[in-house]
Design a protein around this ligand. Structure first.
Ligand code: NOJ
Ligand code: CA
Length: 699
């Protein structure tokens, strides 16, 4: 199926004041989008799923600073419709191929009065939801313009249950709150470290309606534009776009021809279908990287958790007030706890090599960590100078001999102008020293001050970084970035982002509640893979206070490698903690990070998820099943397996008395031979999970 039909259905004169109502249906007819213009020339849309309303009439439009906008006083100049159906192959992903099947409506609106400028509203209706965006062709007198507001609304028909985090312009590292939309401003949010704006929430926003519909609102292909947050009207259940502003309150600086990102509304009558949606990827452009052979999904370990838990430090000395230029790092007195020292890194390389883990992340290898947070200096790191106890060449050779790659780390400490000046040298350093993968980070206030992590200026920085790293054949993972919007289709070297509250919060805060990982796939992961850093085996007593804990069982940590999709998965714990449970570590060693097929067997946001995936190019399957704080029995039919083939199932389950609070480390591993006709019943402990590998039994 590879065809494209374009039908110009109607050409409508710009005269008159009719509503110009247009309805298009998704390919199966299930979803219907209706566009109309009010008597005041306001563009409006509504969406329904069969007889059920998804969005009530909701306004559309864009305001332009100092000029007539595109939100009222408009006429319809032209209407085009078309349909599209093809199938494409991602460089890596959850499935081997992806079908892109939609019907499109493009409405050209025009200002009724001078200067009579035009804008196109393009809608794509898929069976799993809607995407729409605003577009401006080049037109006389309209080249440079500043967006001062969007009128984009998502007016919900009822008081849905919402899974949300507050609309912070600089951080997405929150635990989710579940409440009715009417209670967004009155529900106390989970303990957090950062201030909240309780009537503004972030996307992806997951909603569940009482009539059984699941609705997810986000965006696709966020390029050269600020991220969209949503203001919630707790009385009418209307959501309105709030773009992240810059320091002086402007939203986006554009130059025609240009278009906004796609606003996306995924709709389904069951929760697994939301997780299976490929709508956001379909709305992104194909890969811009021609030769992708060097891009490799990968697992990694790292000199990392020991710093998160306070056992080691990123910094080499305990001296503060150090200046990047002019400091003789060899003269500093070492604090004796520096994690990134050559001997310690070798320990991780040895462990990785022994367990077929291709990557070793090393943080704290480069000078500047003595004084990196709090001061918000411009010059903190140069990204090319190692500490005296980190031998770049020796480690590179040691790793290479063992078939392992060291993963580079660039913490920018939010000093992005400094990083941009140094990126070229930093990537050359990586190429010269054999590094193929990079983790970046943007902790703290962005320098220049006034820019937000999720504003247009930073959105452009993240994308340029994906492009620059691609040009140097470097794979990249960004922490503290804006949440993803499917751009990994276009830049498949951009393997993952953090951009949510990761497992790391269990190291240094009250942590992530047991339901957290059952919500993440419905929210943060809708836009793309996350570097969540699962795989903690020592679940208590891993940091000096003894107060912190991981809010899952050990078996659930294994299940996360399947339920949380990412081509980049860390085995985050220390080698000594894995060596104490090598039988359980076998699952992490085996589990792939690239897949030919994915089936969501059961899911409900906030409660449970069971996912099974087929390894790339192999008849091997891996299953992950997780629950929130409640124990659960999960029946599973194995009809996804190849009929007639026998498989050895290795089941990593919660053990006797397992409970995330009372007995998190109890697990049991059993093996049995199964076929596609078999069924299993998994018993998940409170905060628990199960992981299973299915490998064909040789005849
Ligand atoms: C925050 C990141 O999420 C974490 O992974 C990293 O170790 C620290 N910043 C230091 O860069
Ligand atoms: Ca972080």
């Amino acid at each position: 199926m590879n065809y494209k039909i374009v039908v110009v259905s109607a050409l409508i004169s710009s005269a008159g004041n009719s509503t110009h109502a247009q309805t298009i249906h998704s390919p199966s007819g299930k979803l219907a989008l209706r566009f109309s213009l009010s008597a005041a020339g306001e563009p409006t849309y509504q969406l329904s799923y069969g007889a059920k309303p998804v969005l009530k009439p909701s306004r559309l439009g864009v305001l332009v600073k100092g000029q007539p906008g595109f939100e009222q006083g408009l006429t319809v100049a032209r209407v085009d419709s078309s349909q599209h159906d093809d199938t494409w192959t991602p460089v890596w992903g959850e499935t081997k191929t992806i079908r892109n099947h939609y019907r499109e409506l493009a409405v050209t609106v025009q200002q009724a009065a001078a200067p009579r400028r035009r804008m196109v509203l393009r809608f794509r209706v898929f069976d799993d939801g809607l995407g729409f965006r605003y577009e401006w062709a080049a037109q006389p007198g309209f080249t440079y313009f500043v967006v001062s507001g969007e009128r984009t609304e998502f007016n919900l028909p009822a008081d849905h249950k919402a899974f949300w985090i507050p609309g912070d312009y600089d951080s997405n590292e929150y635990a989710y709150t579940t409440s009715r939309l009417s209670a967004v401003n009155t529900t106390p949010i989970k303990p957090i470290e950062l201030p909240a704006a309780p009537t503004r929430v972030q996307t992806p926003l997951m909603l569940k309606a009482d009539n059984g519909l699941y609705v997810n609102i986000h965006e696709a292909a966020l390029v050269n534009y600020p991220a969209m947050m949503l203001n919630v009207d707790t009385k009418t259940f209307g959501l309105a776009s709030q773009l992240v502003p810059d320091a002086v309150g402007n939203l986006a600086y554009l130059q025609a021809p240009e278009h906004t990102p796609w606003r996306t509304v995924v709709v389904a009558d069951n929760a697994p279908a939301v997780l299976a949606s490929k709508l956001i990827l379909n709305l992104n452009e194909p890969s811009k990287i021609a030769d992708t052979g060097w891009i490799k999904p990968q697992k990694f370990v790292g000199v990392w958790w020991e710093m998160q838990t306070g056992k080691a430090t990123w910094n080499y000395a305990d001296t503060t007030n150090i200046k990047l230029a002019g400091t003789n790092w060899n003269k500093l007195k070492p604090n004796g706890r520096h994690g990134a020292n050559t001997a310690n890194v070798k320990r991780y390389i040895d462990f990785a090599a022994a367990h077929h883990i291709p990557g070793v992340l090393v943080e704290g290898w480069n000078v500047g960590w003595e004084d990196w947070v709090g001061n918000w200096k411009e010059e903190v790191f140069d990204f090319v100078t190692p500490y005296p106890d980190f031998d770049v060449d020796e480690l590179r050779n040691y790793a290479a001999d063992k078939g392992v790659n060291i993963i580079m780390h660039h913490e920018t400490s939010g000093s992005v102008t400094n990083y941009e000046r140094r990126q070229e040298d930093a990537y050359k350093f990586m190429n010269d020293h054999g590094y193929t993968s990079l983790k970046t980070g943007y902790v703290g206030k962005i320098i220049p001050r006034g820019e937000h992590h999720d504003g247009q200026w930073m959105v452009n920085h993240y994308l340029r970084t994906a492009q620059k790293t691609a040009a140097s054949r470097i794979m990249v993972d960004m922490h503290e970035s804006v949440r993803p919007t499917g751009l990994h289709r276009t830049y498949p070297n951009w393997l993952a982002c953090e951009a949510a509250r990761g497992n790391e919060f269990n190291a240094f805060s009250e942590g992530n509640p047991p339901e957290h990982e059952t919500i993440l796939p419905f929210t943060r992961f809708m836009g793309g893979p996350m570097d969540y850093t699962p795989g903690i085996f020592k679940l208590t007593n891993y940091e000096p206070t003894g107060q912190r804990r991981v809010h899952t069982t050990l078996a659930k940590q294994l299940a996360l490698y399947v339920t949380l999709y990412s081509p980049l998965q860390m085995a985050a714990d220390l080698p000594e903690n894995y060596n104490a449970h090598l039988d359980a570590f076998k699952f992490i060693e085996d589990v792939p990070v690239d897949w030919d097929d994915t089936r969501i067997l059961a899911a409900e946001p906030g409660d449970y998820i069971t996912t099974v995936r087929q390894a790339k190019g192999k008849d091997e399957w891996y299953l992950g099943s997780i629950t929130d704080e409640n124990a659960r029995t999960q029946p599973i039919k194995l009809d996804f397996l190849t009929p007639g083939q026998r498989y050895e199932a290795t089941i990593y389950a919660d053990g006797k008395g397992a409970d995330w609070q009372k007995n998190p480390a109890s697990y049991q591993i059993t093996k049995q031979v199964v076929t596609s006709k078999s069924a299993l019943t998994l018993k998940l402990a409170p905060g628990g999970g199960a992981a299973i590998s299915f490998k064909p039994v040789k005849k």
